[in-house]
Design a protein around this ligand. Structure first.
Ligand code: PFF
Length: 451
């Protein structure tokens, strides 16, 4: 039996709300900005195949473990880890894993707020018609001059952070749930509209083949590694977000079915974004391997030349902002829930304190485009690149690895079978994936990423 059937922070009102919220967390800038550029950089369909396999054999089992720990613990990830460790006869020091996750979330939000701020700014830039008819060098110059303008980027980042803090402060029911209830369906509709547009270009088939003409022979070690890191980031795993959201999950929802659906929805959004972006890239003779600039440099160029591009471009960047908001709120939920429990603060104060810290750290990422552009922090990386590297390549895989060992090898088996409601072969498959496949695979990614 779970330790409690409700959380002090509130509850998702239904299984559907949990699915929307967790899908909202998973679907974000990772799917929209990072996935297409990673596909482009890593050669297309082979990367997609590796990504799909990683989602299925690592992502789904780890997410199931996070959700079950949350629903059993019914508290912040830190306190859920303490209580489940004690009930499994383990040291309460497993809480360190929760602290690491809470800190990782704050760090991710610090740079995520900057990218999301760019997306918000691009809603205005695109709708105002500034992109109409621009050429590649102009659009690049516009991007560089925008990110180089410290005040502008700070204003947009600040606006995004205030929106995030506002939603989190309102709590599970009125804040998080209201946001995902409207933003997630809107997101799906907007993407479908963009796919319909992409289908009108002569290059839809070409984009489709680039994504799906699987050829296993194209798989390289690098593309597999990149795909695994992407799988972690995109499913919001390795830092306790799914533990936090699992704590608000109704007791009667089945974990395997629910998590499977979230993974499928997240994957569909990423693939749909590929189907939006690549036909546009091909139709405009752009470079698929443009890298991180793919969205902010090449897409406005495409929008600037298509009929109705002003409107579609505006819709697109609005969509990115929506998706980013339903993810950003989940990044600080682990820390906010813990601060509320530990210091008995109201959610509003906790959200302002934690969001404020993320905002302050994020200023370093704002400055990386301008006054700190020459500052090197980790190796030859700017502050911004260092935080991205530290979180995605080190902290998330490390958190996922330790968590897989905790859940697979140490957690009380009765808690697991009670929460997962699985037995026989299906439980054996999950146990095999979480005990052997996930830790070994994550370890390999981690070591390679460090090198
Ligand atoms: N999954 C989000 C995305 O793909 O944009 C990013 C993210 C959200 C990472 C929440 C980590 C997290 F805890």
């Amino acid at each position: 039996m779970p330790s409690s059937s409700v959380s002090m922070h509130g509850m998702w009102s239904s299984r559907l709300m949990f699915i929307l919220a967790a899908t909202g967390s998973a679907v974000g800038v990772g799917n929209i900005w990072m996935f297409p550029y990673m596909v482009g950089v890593n050669g297309g369909s082979a990367f997609v195949l590796a990504y799909l396999i990683c989602i299925a054999v690592i992502g789904v089992p780890v997410m199931m473990a996070e959700v079950l720990v949350g629903r059993e613990g019914r508290q912040s990830p830190i306190n859920s880890l303490i209580s489940l460790s004690e009930r499994s006869g383990l040291s309460p020091h497993w809480r360190v894993l929760g602290w690491m996750g809470a800190l990782t979330g704050i760090l991710i939000l610090s740079f995520y707020g900057v990218i999301s701020g760019w997306a918000m700014a691009y809603v205005v830039t695109t709708v105002s018609g500034d992109m109409n008819g621009v050429d590649a060098s102009q659009v690049t110059a516009m991007f560089d001059s925008f990110t180089g303008d410290m005040t502008q980027v700070m204003v947009w980042q600040g606006a995004f952070m205030i929106a995030t803090i506002f939603i989190v402060a309102r709590g599970v029911g009125d804040g998080l749930e209201m946001a995902v209830k409207y933003l997630m369906p809107a997101l799906f509709i907007l993407i479908l509209a963009l796919i319909a547009y992409a289908a009108t270009t002569d290059h839809f088939g070409e984009g489709f083949r680039f994504l799906f003409q699987f050829n296993a022979a194209d798989l390289t070690a690098e593309s597999i590694l990149a795909a695994m890191g992407m799988a972690f980031f995109t499913l919001s795993l390795g830092m306790g977000t799914m533990i936090a959201y699992g704590a608000y999950m109704p007791p009667d929802a089945n974990i395997l079915g629910t998590v499977g659906l979230i993974a499928v929805l997240d994957t569909i959004v990423a693939l749909m974004m590929g189907m939006v972006i690549f036909p546009l890239v091909f139709a405009n003779g752009l470079e698929v391997s443009a890298g991180p600039g793919l969205m902010f440099i090449t897409l406005p160029l495409a929008f600037g030349h298509m009929d109705g591009g002003q409107l579609f471009g505006g819709i697109f960047f609005l969509l990115v902002t929506f998706a980013a908001l339903t993810s950003s709120i989940s990044m600080i939920e682990p820390a906010v829930a813990w601060v509320v429990e530990k210091f008995k603060l109201t959610r509003a104060v906790a959200a302002i304190v934690i969001g404020g810290i993320a905002w302050l750290i994020g200023l370093g990422s704002v400055f990386s485009g301008n006054i700190w552009s020459d500052l090197q922090v980790l190796g030859d990386r700017t502050f911004f690149d260092s935080v991205v590297f530290l979180t995605s390549n080190i902290l998330l895989p490390l958190g996922g690895l330790i968590f897989a060992i905790f859940a697979g090898w140490l957690l009380n088996r009765e808690i697991i079978s009670g929460q997962l409601e699985m037995s026989g072969p299906s439980l054996q498959v999950w146990s095999f994936l979480i005990r052997y496949i996930a830790p070994v695979a994550i370890f390999v990614v981690f070591v390679m990423a460090l090198r």
